[in-house]
Design a protein around this ligand. Structure first.
Ligand SMILES: [Zn+2]
Length: 391
């Protein structure tokens, strides 16, 4: 379960950073409701982003074609196996060079392996000459979820917790799909979106959870919501617009959750020498010599800190707690529901929960399912006022 927590904390950090950047660029709050009338199909999921060299296997008769008018330049009658590289002018596929910016990979068997991971369907490859290749998998949302759930949740958990996670993951993916419908891809396979491993990671129990909730998403006023999730809320979930530059949404206001209490990640501690924190801060460009103490401040209703005060012999610096957490590492400073004491040059952190705390608390969902609550009850608990709609 260590992996689970690590992945989810990644979601917390990266999403918040991306949101912060998006807001800086646009100066506007990001939406928390999107209309469901145009759902782009299929999902476009980047499984490789801007890498100079990628190993590819295409099963059976296959096609590698240039798109946007470039002529067909390779066709294999047997299986294709080789390396694709970004060159100064385009792409090298084994010993063949082509000046193209976009390719399509197709297989009559439908099986394509990219860097050893197996997928079904079609890939679009974007070529950035001299830099890298981006591989985008065209996949239906239901197939995608079968490759997500086993990596985001423990398949041995009670089925109602798995079903709740399936609805959350579907809602999150489709919200992103609508939000980014005009971009080359809507999601990556990393923690910044949801972890997606393709076919080899599928598990019977999680496949079943996807099937039993097929097409179901969380909505508010007939619009889809961004169904954020995290590992363990530590007793109370967070109000989304308290942390991120997003439009306030009644279903993302935070709730008291006692179901994760005593379960994994509900409390944690960490000891770090101040010298180590100095090093981290210096790396990020903060003058941080002779750090003598630190303090979390500005706690919100959910008990999470918004600011960290760093103390030096010559003065103090205050930085965003979110930034501080990411500098130290979201897998080490697991949440901002935290207090710190400094003794003999060592900072001792004591905290609750793991992740940003917004939306769905995974361990809480497990706790609720263990008490006999069904997935609908669990979802409406974490997203009060929302509805479950079948698309
Ligand atoms: Zn919880």
């Amino acid at each position: 379960m260590k992996r689970l927590g690590l992945l989810l904390v990644g979601v917390a950090f990266c999403s918040s950073m991306m949101m912060a950047h998006a807001q800086e660029e646009s100066g506007q709050l990001l939406p928390t409701l999107l209309p469901l009338n145009v759902i782009p199909k299929p999902l476009r999921v980047a499984v490789v982003v801007n890498k100079p060299s990628v190993k590819v296997t295409i099963g059976g008769t296959n096609e590698i074609r240039g798109l946007e008018g470039e002529p067909l330049f390779i066709e294999n009658k047997g299986s294709f196996h080789g390396t694709m590289k970004a060159t100064q002018y385009g792409i090298q596929i084994n010993q063949t060079f082509a000046q193209v910016r976009k390719l399509e990979l197709k297989s009559n068997e439908g099986k394509i392996a990219v860097n050893g991971r197996l997928y079904t369907g079609t890939f679009i490859v974007y070529v950035d000459p001299g830099k890298g290749l981006t591989f985008v998998h065209d996949v239906s949302v239901e197939e995608y979820l079968r490759g997500v759930l086993p990596l985001e949740v423990n398949p041995r958990w009670p089925v109602e917790a798995l079903k709740a996670q399936a609805v959350v993951a579907r809602t999150f993916a489709l919200f992103k799909a609508i939000e980014k419908k005009d971009q080359p891809y809507m999601l990556t396979d990393k923690v910044t979106s949801q972890v997606y491993g393709g076919e080899l990671y599928r598990q019977k129990a999680t496949d079943e959870a996807v099937r039993l909730t097929q097409g179901e998403v969380l909505t508010y006023q007939n619009q889809i919501i961004p169904a954020y999730f995290h590992a363990n809320c530590g007793g109370r979930t967070e109000k989304a617009d308290e942390v991120w530059p997003v439009v306030p949404n009644p279903v993302l206001q935070g709730v008291v959750c006692l179901y994760c209490k005593g379960l994994k990640h509900s409390s944690w501690s960490l000891s770090l020498p101040l010298k180590d924190i100095e090093k981290v801060m210096q790396k990020r460009g903060y003058p941080a010599k002779n750090l003598s103490g630190l303090l979390f401040e500005d706690f919100d209703l959910s008990g999470r800190s918004r600011k960290v005060r760093l103390k030096y012999p010559y003065g103090e610096a205050v930085i965003k707690a979110d930034d501080f957490r990411s500098f130290i590492g979201n897998d080490r400073l697991k949440s901002l529901k935290v207090q710190v004491t400094v003794k003999e040059g060592v900072a001792h952190f004591k905290g609750k929960g793991w992740g940003h705390g917004i939306g769905f608390c995974q361990w809480g969902a497990k706790g609720q399912a263990a008490q006999g609550r069904n997935y609908r009850e669990i979802l409406l608990f974490y997203f009060p006022g929302s509805e479950i709609m079948r698309l």
